[in-house]
Ligand binder design. Structure first.
Ligand SMILES: O=P(O)(O)OC[C@H]1O[C@H](OP(=O)(O)OP(=O)(O)O)[C@H](O)[C@@H]1O
Ligand SMILES: Nc1ncnc2[nH]cnc12
Length: 176
């Protein structure tokens, strides 16, 4: 039997849950992808594939982005940068606040985590309104790092989040 592609794994495993976490939200649940070894490996590889060696570190956004970024970093031999929700990082941080489909949040990075000019590939599971990824992109820029690209498993096109993202390549595995 041939191996399933990332897209085939996603078709088989991503679950849509109505009215979570609030009425009216159609929640895309990737936990079945995380729980399946071959699916997680295929998706992690597909996220970084177009960027080849154009980056040094993979940034993942808390919390679901951590799973993908850590898998992609381990499989590609790159380091991992944590973009954390506010109040979790002990060192000096940069901070950006934003709104998402349900609620508000603040993200932080350790300001001195990487040398200036480090090329960072930003990874997350879902692009919805774009608030999370645009805030993460601003943090990378403010820290003096270079955004090598942005890779997302699932883009919810109706929310037009892509329009809020900085220039540079945005690689999406699936749209809904
Ligand atoms: O494009 P946006 O409208 O910003 O939404 C996308 C973000 O929303 C979800 O994270 P959430 O903040 O729910 O946190 P979690 O990963 O901790 O569940 C998802 O993992 C993305 O990071
Ligand atoms: N509809 C949705 N499903 C999963 N994650 C999300 N993050 C923001 N909107 C989302």
């Amino acid at each position: 039997m041939t191996e399933r592609s990332a897209a085939e794994h996603l078709d088989a495993l991503v679950r849509t849950v109505p009215d979570f976490p609030e009425p009216g939200i159609l929640f895309r649940d990737l936990t079945p992808v995380f729980a399946d070894g071959p699916a997680l490996a295929a998706v992690a590889d597909a996220l970084v594939a177009p960027f080849a060696d154009g980056f040094e570190v993979i940034a993942g956004v808390e919390a679901r982005g951590f799973a993908l970024a850590a898998a992609a970093a381990a499989r590609s031999g790159h380091g991992l940068l944590l973009v954390r929700k506010a109040g979790k990082l002990p060192g000096a941080t940069l901070r950006e606040s934003y709104a998402l489909e349900y609620g508000d949040a603040t993200l932080e990075v350790h300001a001195d985590q990487l040398p200036a000019g480090s090329r960072v590939l930003l990874v997350d599971d879902v692009l919805a309104t774009g608030g999370t990824l645009s805030a993460s992109q601003r943090l990378i820029e403010r820290a003096g790092w270079v955004l090598a690209g942005t890779a997302v498993v699932l883009e919810l096109t109706g929310l037009q989040g892509r329009a809020r993202l900085a220039g540079g390549e945005v690689h999406v595995l699936q749209q809904a």
